[in-house]
Design a protein around this ligand. Structure first.
Ligand code: LLP
Length: 385
């Protein structure tokens, strides 16, 4: 909920801007942390969802680890207070420079995505005389029932080690003269998963893979099951925080770790999405032939999720005391692309030039995916303390 006091302040500032509700962020992260603690689970925040230094600092202060996908994310996470020892490093295309950086920093684990990557990590670790802790990312071939661009756990996806390479990976680890230590198994099947039966399927696959390794005499200390918890984009005020107790409870019910094995999660969206809104102004209302357009000063350059994934974001008019009459608008941005649209047939109060508009649940994969196409202004921010 964006309070009337905040709306009064937003009226004074230039738009478009990213509004972040820090009390809601803290409440969300604390809820996740408390629910995870109940089962002794560990959470790494997926930095890719939002790497705003202010957000990172808040999350590190609350004691989470980090999940990074580039050398720069590792450096930024450490600069914002995350412990190197709490960082996991994923990604199908880690460069030598990034691997060296992660080795120097002494991260918790490389989430390794291919046999060739494992070979390179072994070579660099030997060269630097630093032991590399590795987790093997296994592709469990589960359909996450989400948008196909954010499904990652199917055989056809580029992520994870292919089954036929696993034995070779183990042989490489054994022959690495201790340059590589196998510390975990890693899974991540996709994002914005709202069908929680999918997570049950994941648990069953993790159990099976854990047993596969145990049969080969290997018991890893870490089972990292990734992230992917979906949020309620339709009703950001009604359900502003995911029911983390139910989520972790499901894993507690279906995962069968061996004594001493730790369960790790990599949560991104569910921690940060609802604390962010993209705030914009109506520049023009255009009465079209077939429909009316509300042309905003924010576009796909500030939030590309609707264009890229046909994603729904709740759009709301913040200007107080609007007439009760409502009308349908195609809510579009100023960018020279017909795809630059935040929503079709969006019912809003009759709009006028200058009205303030909030595009909600934009805290995850919003700011981070912004671009300067059309030479847009650098992003502006407003932090609700
Ligand atoms: N772990 C790994 C290995 C990942 O690839 C991701 C997200 C996460 C954790 C965090 O997932 P989350 O809890 O946020 O679902 N740009 C897209 C989402 C891409 C997700 C990429 N991977 C979107 O805007 O929907």
């Amino acid at each position: 909920m964006i309070s009337t006091t905040v709306i009064e302040q937003l009226k004074q500032v230039e738009t478009p801007l990213y509004y972040y509700d820090l009390p809601l962020l803290r409440a969300t992260v604390s809820a996740a942390q408390t629910a995870a603690d109940a089962f002794g689970y560990h959470i790494h925040y997926a930095v890719k969802a939002n790497n705003n230094p202010r957000i990172l600092h808040e999350i590190s202060t609350l004691g989470l680890g980090a999940d990074c996908v580039s050398g720069l994310e590792i450096e930024l996470a450490i600069a914002q207070g995350f412990q190197a020892k709490s960082i996991v490093f994923a990604g199908v295309g880690k460069t030598e420079k990034e691997i060296r950086l992660a080795l120097r920093q002494g991260i918790l684990a490389f989430n390794v995505e291919s046999l060739e990557e494992l070979r390179v990590i072994a070579i660099l670790a030997k060269e630097m005389k630093i032991r590399a802790s590795v987790a093997l990312r296994i592709n469990p071939n589960i359909d996450a029932n989400t948008h196909h661009y954010i499904t990652t756990g199917l055989d056809e996806n580029k992520f994870g080690i292919m089954m036929h390479e696993l034995e070779d990976c183990l042989a490489l680890i054994n022959s690495s003269e201790r340059a590589l230590t196998l510390v975990g198994l890693h899974f991540h099947i996709g994002s914005q998963i709202t069908d929680w039966n999918v997570f049950k399927q994941l648990c069953l696959k993790v159990n099976a893979w854990n047993n596969w390794f145990i049969e080969r005499g290997i018991e890893v200390p870490i089972l990292n099951v990734g992230g992917g918890v979906g949020i309620n984009y339709q009703d950001p005020d009604g359900e502003s925080i995911v029911n983390f107790s139910d989520f972790f409870g499901l894993f507690h019910r279906f995962l069968e770790p061996k004594p001493g094995q730790h369960i790790h999660f990599e949560l991104g969206r569910s921690l940060v999405a609802n604390c962010g809104s993209l705030i914009s102004r109506v520049l023009y209302v255009k009465r079209g032939v077939k429909k009316n357009f509300a042309i905003l000063d924010a576009g796909m350059t500030e939030l590309m999720r609707p264009v890229l994934y046909q994603a729904y974001h709740h759009i709301q008019c913040l200007t107080p005391n609007r007439p009760t009459a409502r009308e349908n608008y195609e809510v579009v941005g100023p960018i020279c692309e017909s795809s630059d649209c935040f929503g079709k047939q969006v019912e809003l109060p009759l709009l006028s030039r200058g009205d303030l508009i909030a595009i909600r649940s934009a805290g995850a994969y919003g700011e981070v995916m912004a671009s300067r196409y059309n030479l847009r202004q650098p992003l502006q921010f407003y932090f609700q303390e």
